[in-house]
Write a protein that binds this ligand. Structure first.
Ligand SMILES: *Cc1c(COP(=O)(O)O)cnc(C)c1O
Ligand SMILES: [Zn+2]
Length: 569
């Protein structure tokens, strides 16, 4: 083994261990299987003691990419790195979604900001670097979309010819992106599990390197960097430091209560949990988060097996979901590993329908300005479900793996009626051109109804305003206390009032009473949104005077919109 003789400053040694028999060797080259027992699932192990020391001393001086954790990544020498700034993605608070769910600790790990827009960039960066180090010039990979794109980009840089096998149900837009990078794209008319098999047989017949995903080591190791970054960033956040930078340095690391991800083959969570375990063994964090694995209901072998309490997954042979990224029907050993993880550290598996996911996709875009792909929408729909079921408690810190972009599915979601047409150069009546322009501009804004929001908490007001702005056609006026609200309404009576109860000076109860005593305001319908538990007397006070009562932090945008539409008729 040449590695033993290498004394290059940047070279390191690490071991590769068989998950079945424990046989351990110093890593030299990617290998297919354990030399002793022929088992294919391999793990890397490192010198954790020295890594912990190095991180404490110098992490703040390192570049903000996933390579800042290189001591625990499976590359012998950093000069083989293929890098485009992958990793160190922002950790963003889901402000408005959190308000809607009554949950103030939801954080989005924004993997959209990687070089090709998904967390597969981590996998590609590490796996392709390892290929480069091993001298590989041609490789084969099977993918449900994002791996194809990420590997294609990194293989282009590394000078590796890539054959990507994708199921033909992967959106054309995704396949084209892989092709743009110069990969050979093969569409397989079959399930993803069949596609994997075809890829493996092609690689074997041509004697090409096959990326074996979760069984091999590099890809899984790359996923650990999500755990490292989340813990480093959360630690900074909890110390009151900016999580986007590394200055000033902190020694405080922290793990969340939950890590949530949509799961297909399961590599992400398997790698991420390994990362948290390594941090714990290094003494940097003191707990492993609970794991939330979300699947699309039309292909949820892990969820069904988990709910049935099985130790081995029962396969799904006819996936029925439009969300192809998640269409692994045969999870194999990954399921068992994840189930054991959940048994040990806590967590759950849950399924959501495609339509729940597409709804969540719109909500996250409209409320928090984050455009996610359907697979990530499954995670958010799962988050909504788990929070509402109180499986996730309101005080728990949740981190969500957030990938992709809506581009490939925008047409599916919005159809063709997403914009207003404006015709300017109608040549028939040139003389009146100017007038017609004025009329056309006026017609652009055809709102008639006015809604008043009366709310003293600026965050709650912002959430309601945002729901109305994005989903309704209303003029919105706002007041932050009862007195201003009554003044405002006297001057310009709205068609509907959305009213908070607890406000300083003139509270919501008084506003209701004064409106009912005013000939001008008496007939205006009122929807109350409150965090207050109402006593029987208070309920009595409001009875017959308001149209609806919604509890703060416990209604969705659609609930409010349907109430409004019902009230306004
Ligand atoms: C690959 C992928 C998944 C599934 O991840 P696994 O860890 O392979 O189960 C989920 N979401 C997105 C956006 C993906 O790209
Ligand atoms: Zn073995």
């Amino acid at each position: 083994m040449t590695i033993l003789n290498q004394h290059h400053t940047n070279s390191k040694r690490f071991c590769i261990q068989c998950r079945n028999c424990g046989n351990e060797n110093i890593y030299d080259q990617p290998t297919l299987a354990c030399a002793k027992c022929n088992h294919q699932w391999q793990e890397a192990t490192y010198d954790y003691y020295h890594a912990a020391q190095a991180w404490q001393q110098s992490l703040h001086n390192r570049r903000t990419s996933l390579w800042r954790y290189h001591e625990l990544l499976p590359l012998k020498n950093l000069r083989h790195t293929v890098s485009m700034g992958e990793g160190w993605t922002p950790l963003i608070k889901a402000e408005n979604l959190g308000l809607m769910l009554g949950h103030s600790n939801i954080y989005i790990k924004d993997e959209r900001q990687g070089p090709t827009g998904s967390f597969k960039d981590r996998q590609a960066a590490v796996a392709v670097s390892a290929m480069r180090e091993a001298g590989i010039r041609e490789a084969v990979v099977a993918s449900t979309g994002n791996v194809a794109i990420a590997y294609s980009a990194y293989c282009a840089r590394a000078g590796i010819k890539l054959w990507v096998f994708v199921t033909s149900s992967v959106p054309q837009e995704k396949m084209r992106e892989a092709a743009i990078y110069g990969s050979e794209v093969i569409k397989v008319a079959g399930t993803y599990d069949e596609t994997k098999q075809v890829a493996a047989e092609f690689a074997a017949s041509k004697n090409l390197f096959l990326d074996r995903g979760i069984k091999a080591m590099a890809a899984k190791e790359a996923m650990k960097t999500l755990a490292f970054e989340i813990s480093e960033q959360l630690g900074r956040l909890q110390t009151g430091l900016d999580p986007y930078t590394v200055y000033p340095p902190t020694t405080n690391w922290a793990s969340p209560d939950w890590y949530l991800q949509a799961v297909s083959g399961g590599m992400g969570p398997v790698g991420v949990i390994k990362g948290f375990e390594e941090l714990q063994s290094m003494g940097l964090i003191n707990k492993i988060p609970k794991l939330g694995c979300l699947q699309a209901a039309g292909c949820a072998p892990m969820v069904h097996s988990f709910k049935a309490g099985l130790d081995q997954a029962e396969n799904v042979f006819d996936p029925d979901t439009q969300i192809t990224t998640l269409a692994t029907g045969v999870p194999g050993q990954a399921y068992t590993v994840l189930k054991n993880t959940i048994d040990r550290y806590g967590g759950t598996m849950e399924a959501v329908t495609d339509s729940e996911a597409f709804r969540a996709l719109k909500v996250v875009a409209q409320m928090d300005g984050i455009s996610i792909e359907p697979a990530t929408a499954v995670t958010f729909a799962g988050l909504i479900k788990l929070v509402r079921q109180r499986v996730i408690q309101p005080n728990e810190m949740v981190v969500i793996n957030c990938s992709g972009h809506t581009f490939p599915v925008e047409k599916h979601i919005l159809g063709d009626q997403f914009a207003r047409d404006m015709v300017l150069n109608d040549e028939s009546e040139n003389a009146k051109q100017e007038n017609r322009l004025v009329t056309a501009i006026e017609k652009l804004d055809d709102r008639v109804k006015r809604i008043a929001i009366v709310e003293d908490n600026p965050h709650a007001a912002r959430l309601i305003r945002r729901i109305l702005q994005s989903q309704g056609e209303y003029f919105i006026s706002e007041a932050t206390n009862g007195r201003d609200a009554l003044d405002m309404m006297q001057k310009n009576p709205p068609h509907l009032v959305i009213l908070d109860l607890m406000m300083p000076e003139v509270d919501g109860f008084q506003v209701v009473n004064q409106m009912k005593n005013s000939p001008l305001l008496r007939e205006i319908p009122i929807i109350v949104i409150t965090a207050k538990e109402l006593s029987p007397i208070e309920k009595q006070q409001l009875s017959g005077k308001i149209k609806k009562l919604l509890p703060k932090g416990n209604f969705m945008d659609a609930d409010l919109m349907s109430d409004i539409e019902q009230v306004l008729g």
